[in-house]
Design a protein around this ligand. Structure first.
Ligand code: ZN
Length: 181
């Protein structure tokens, strides 16, 4: 079924699509390019460093990222990613565009190998570290329905309890038409 690209908008917690498993992308066409451009626009509009398919209601293995959101030129479109060969471990605070104002201290590999394909379906692999590695691990989590909430310590849970309640209430108010998927 064709995707209405203009209608893709940022999806927030607790929308159930954030917990779904995404499918590999197998068709590399103009629609995929339009989806990627739309996702890049939404990421920029929300000043994010990354945005994954489920965050726009699309259950496909795609994410966009930009470790330097204040400058253009470093944006990447990553399709069918697999994280391999990890090393090191760093704990750092993360946020998520689908969980505004929520922060969680997440332990991630400092370095990893990212295997994926580009917009033409061509495979590539690269070794990445520090912030790009963190972003790619966070976004790849999204593609299997995993959120930073799953890494919360008891202290994080207490700190985030109130804002999660607010997000749940806002989602209820969205109404059925908006969230029908
Ligand atoms: Zn996220």
């Amino acid at each position: 079924m064709p995707v209405d690209v203009e209608k893709l908008v940022l999806v927030k917690y607790p929308d159930p699509c954030l917990r779904k498993i995404c499918e590999d992308i197998t068709v590399f066409d103009d629609e995929l390019i339009a989806i990627a451009e739309r996702m890049l626009d939404l990421m920029r509009a929300h000043h994010g460093v990354g945005l994954a398919g489920p965050q726009v209601g699309l259950l496909k293995r795609i994410f966009v990222c930009n470790p330097t959101p204040d400058e253009t030129g470093n944006e990447m479109v990553i399709i069918n990613p697999v994280i391999g060969e990890t090393s090191g471990a760093v704990v750092a605070e993360e946020g998520c565009l689908s969980l505004p104002q929520v922060t969680v201290n997440v332990r991630r590999a400092q370095r990893c190998v990212l295997r994926a394909v580009d917009l033409t379906g061509k495979p590539f692999s690269k070794t990445i570290d520090d912030l790009p590695a963190r972003i790619c691990q966070h976004e790849t989590d999204h593609l299997v329905g995993k959120l930073i909430l799953d890494y919360q310590s008891p202290a994080d849970q207490i700190a985030n309890r109130r804002i999660l309640k607010v997000l749940e209430e806002e989602y209820r108010k969205l109404g059925k038409t908006r969230r029908a998927r």
